[in-house]
Each structure stands twice: as C-alpha cells, then as structure tokens.
Design a protein around this ligand. Sequence first.
Ligand code: ADP
Ligand code: DAR
Length: 369
Amino acid sequence: MEPIDPAFMALLDEEYEKFKVTDSHSLLKKHLTQEVFDKIKHRVTAEGATLHDCIKSGLANPDSNIGLYAADAESYILFQELFDPVIDEYHGGFEPSQFHPISDFGDPIDLGDLNELGNYVLSTRVRCARSIEGYPFNPLLSSEMYAELEQDVGYALEDLEGDLSGKYRSLKDISSEEQEELLEKHLLFKQGDRFLEAAGASRFWPEGRGIFLNENNTLVVWVNEEDHMRIISMQEGGNIGEVYERFVRAVTILGERLPFSSSERLGFLSFCPTNLGTAIRASVHIRLPLLGEDRQTLEETAAKFNLQVRGTSGEHSEAEDYVFDISNRRRLGLTEMEALKEMYDGIREIIQLEIDMEEGNSQCRKKSY
Ligand code: ADP
Ligand code: DAR
C-alpha cells in the first residue's frame, strides 16, 4: 500500500491536537494516547483504511461514547493498539490474549416468557450484525460495492421459506410516508445519525440500502444501514423463546448462503467494536412507571446484570410514557445463549424490582389510611 500523503498526515495531526483538548469522555479519547497515535498513525491496511477512517466520527463528535469504528476487517489487527483497549473496556473485560468462544445458540426452548402476565413487557426483539467476507466496511465501500452487497444478500433472502419468507425492498423504492410508518413501528432503521454520518456510513445513500420483511413483520433484515446486515426477530409480548427460535433459524439459513466475516479472536466482525463476537442485542420494550422515576436505581440495577438502558426509539432516544429499550450490553467473550440468559435474568430482576416498588407503595398507602 502507498504511504500516507504528508499533507494528509499534517491534517490528521492537526485534528488530533484539537481533539486532545476537548472534554470528550469517549473511549477513543481515553485510549488514543499520544504514544498510541504516533505509533499507528502512518499505517494503512491492504484495502486502504487509515487511522483517520476509523476515528473520524469520534473526532467530529466529542460526545461519542465510543468514537471508533473499523473501516475494514484488517483495521481490528493493524490498529490493535487502539482497538484492543476499547474492546476490553466496552465488553467488560476482554484482554488481547482472550478468544471469543465458538458459537453456541443453545436451545431456545430453555427460554420461556419474560412476562407471562404481559403487564410490563410490550415487545421483545433479538438482533445481530453480520458482515460479508470480501467487502470492507462503510468508509471504504464504493457505490458499486453497496449495490453488489445488496444483490448478494437479496439472493440469500429469497431462500427463506415458510414463516420466514417475505419480501426485500430497496430503500429508494419505499415512499417517505411508508418509511415513516415502518419507523414508527420500530421496523425500519433511523436515518441521519450524526455519529454514523461522520463515520462515513451514509455515503451514496440510499444506494444499496433496504429492508426485508416477512409476512407478519416478525423477521426483519436491514441491508447496509450501519452493518452489511442486521438480522432481527421481534414480536409483541415477552415470549423471548419464540423470538429467539425464529432468530436462530433465520441466522442459520442465511449463514449457509452467505460467507459471514469473522475472526478466531473477535468472533463475528462488525463496523462498530461494540457489536463484535455474538453481535447480538436482545431487548425488550418494557414499561416501568416506578423505576422510570428513579433512573439511578434503574441504571444501577441494569449495570449489575450487564444490561443497557436505551429510550423508546433505541439508541440516542428518550423513553416515552416510561417505555424503555433494555438489552444485553456484552456481546463478546460469551456464547449466544449466555448473552440471552444474561438478558433474561436481568429483565426478570428488573420486573421483580418494579413489582416490589409497587407493593412498597401499596403498603405505604395502607399505613397512611
Ligand atoms: P440496534 O438495535 O440496531 O442496535 P437501535 O437501538 O437504534 O439499534 O434500535 C433499533 C430499533 O429497534 C429502534 O427503533 C428501537 O426502538 C427498536 N427496538 C429495540 N428493541 C425493541 C423491542 N424490544 N421491541 C420493539 N422495537 C425495539
Ligand atoms: N454513538 C456512537 C456509537 C456507539 C455504539 N452504537 C452503535 N454502534 N450503533 C458512539 O461512539 O457513541
């Protein structure tokens, strides 16, 4: 690969000097020390990824939590002095010497209903990110590559049968009104995320972007949003066993038709390092009127079970009517079933805490009579 142009290096040096004095609390700010920066800044991957390609979102958005994306699979290796400490910290301890375990989806029958009475959990969703071997990630994808990726995935989706069968539609063929309807149903991805835009994930938009939906909208596949693919199983209620069973069947069938990109150490590879390993996020939309008024207790309880609390519309959104999106935070260093169990146990605890708070309140009311 050609060495980096001196003028480009001067610009990167200048951007880094400005970034160093921001009050950013991102993992990028914490781990891109001057020593690491000087050591890796001249490196370029075989496909042409530079350090700037990986850190430009965090440089432009000092309020990032992470601030770092891999521009291609090799970035995780070539810039490991930066990626490894970020991965270790985000995934709750995953040292450079550790290896992600072999996939084990377990038996979905072991997972029942999170909330049989249906009085807290409104809906349940299990999603994973998947990248396709032979293609880089957003900053290096050309318009032609986006179109090729969309075609490759489209062919594989045609092989989904029975309750998984459905239709793929390119985003450019969906009216803005219908896009809004799908977004309100939490089926379609949000657009205009400034972190992803600054990371180079919106180039040539909407070329190669689209969504697959099965007949009853319980299986969804996003193409070329943040990752090459997001495979999503979701339904109303808390029956995570059913949601996960459908998810496992779809991922398995698609994995037999597409070469998913993975590494022995990091498992399935993704654009953002937070989605490595299993790349799974299992979530509920759960209404918590009491815990919702005590956000510190909610966050502390979630953290105890390695859960993450998001707003009603997912990342970077607020809760509406006390409906939270709560999911597993760890995706790397544990198997698929372990990630699901960690989420299952945490959600059950949170529901019990909400019940205890209700009972506590009712006891107080009785005493006050
Ligand atoms: P991702 O899940 O891809 O990491 P987001 O946090 O942006 O990204 O969530 C994507 C969409 O999925 C959002 O519209 C969010 O509201 C929706 N979502 C997440 N969990 C659930 C759930 N349990 N039920 C319904 N929609 C959900
Ligand atoms: N907001 C960005 C991304 C963090 C993880 N979310 C993803 N990958 N969708 C940040 O750096 O905070």
